[in-house]
Design a protein around this ligand. Structure first.
Ligand code: T3D
Length: 263
């Protein structure tokens, strides 16, 4: 498969996807949506892939929708934004949050609009210190789509979510970390090294256990403590029967490194 707007590579169990329209700050046009969807199809068809790493080329991570596709003359009908959201952004956010392998995001520069919310939908978000997150939708009369109105209040609480979304004020990487918006801010020079190290570690980990952690934490918001703890019991029972659990315990007792087989 040839991609026009992303770089995509699978190596050692890690699929690395780089948004690659740097002259437009990696904003999404239709081709990039199609390329990203194709890359995720490739990820799901390849059983060797056990972690995904997403980043951007150049000085930005992603500036959301390419607005040059959105200019309409006064006498033309407006673009149906609901169509793009339904066809591309919503499926991507649902994929990132439901795919049963960890998704790491390395935010290498500005993440604005849907670009910010795509990053925030990933499981582990690292950002270079020069990166910033901008909920820029309010500036153009829109709302934080791509899961923004869902993830922001859950990650930040309502006061910060509303402040960020209503003002469109850029939030720098350090503040994003201290607010709990992201996992970690790191020096720009080591961003990719650290992100790849995390992706490689997770790709070598007990995949079923990691998938269950992701699924249980992400779905916990809609459950009572009673229901959640029942699900924890059932999941522990299932994972306790895996070869990976047996291998991990044996490796621990014999003071060796476990070799996980995703079985
Ligand atoms: O289908 C639908 O439309 C619905 C879905 C919508 C989802 C959305 O994401 S809506 C939100 C769209 N995004 C934005 O509103 C962000 C627009 N961009 C900016 O506000 C700024 O560019 C940034 C704050 C992100 C970065 O500012 P700065 O000063 O670092 O860079 P710049 O000079 O503004 O941008 C560099 C170039 O990228 C520039 O082009 P030029 O002048 O060098 O030829 C700029 O026009 C271009 N660019 C940046 N963002 C976009 C863009 N071109 C098209 N679309 C963009 N979103």
């Amino acid at each position: 498969m040839t991609y026009q707007t992303i770089r995509f590579d699978i190596s050692d169990g890690v699929a690395e996807l780089t948004l690659n329209r740097p002259d437009r700050l990696n904003s999404f046009n239709t081709q990039m949506h199609e390329d990203v969807q194709a890359a995720f199809r490739a990820i799901e068809e390849d059983e060797t892939v056990r972690a995904v790493l997403i980043t951007g080329a150049g000085r930005g991570f992603c500036a959301g929708q390419d607005l040059s596709d959105r200019a309409v003359a006064a006498d033309e009908a407006p673009v149906d934004l609901g169509y793009t959201v339904e066809t591309y952004y919503n499926p991507l956010i649902r994929k990132l949050t439901s795919i049963p392998i960890p998704v790491i995001c390395a935010v290498n520069g500005v993440a604005a609009g849907a670009g910010a919310n795509i990053a925030l939908a990933c499981d582990i978000v690292l950002a270079g210190r020069s990166a910033k997150f901008i909920e820029s939708f309010a500036n153009i009369g829109l709302i934080p789509d791509s899961g923004g109105t869902y993830h922001l209040p859950r990650l930040l609480g309502q006061a910060r979510a509303l402040g960020m979304a209503l003002t469109g004020e850029p939030i720098l990487a350090d503040k994003a970390e201290s607010w709990g918006l992201i996992w970690k801010a790191v020096e720009d020079e080591v961003l990719m090294e650290e992100a790849r190290a995390i992706a490689q570690k997770l790709a070598k980990g007990p995949t079923q256990g990691l998938a269950s952690i992701k699924a249980l934490i992400r779905s916990s918001w809609s459950r009572t403590l009673e229901a959640q703890t029942e699900l924890e019991r059932d999941t522990m029972r299932r994972l306790g029967n895996t070869n990976d659990y047996r291998e991990a315990v044996d490796a621990f007792l014999n003071k060796r490194t476990p070799k996980f087989t995703n079985s």
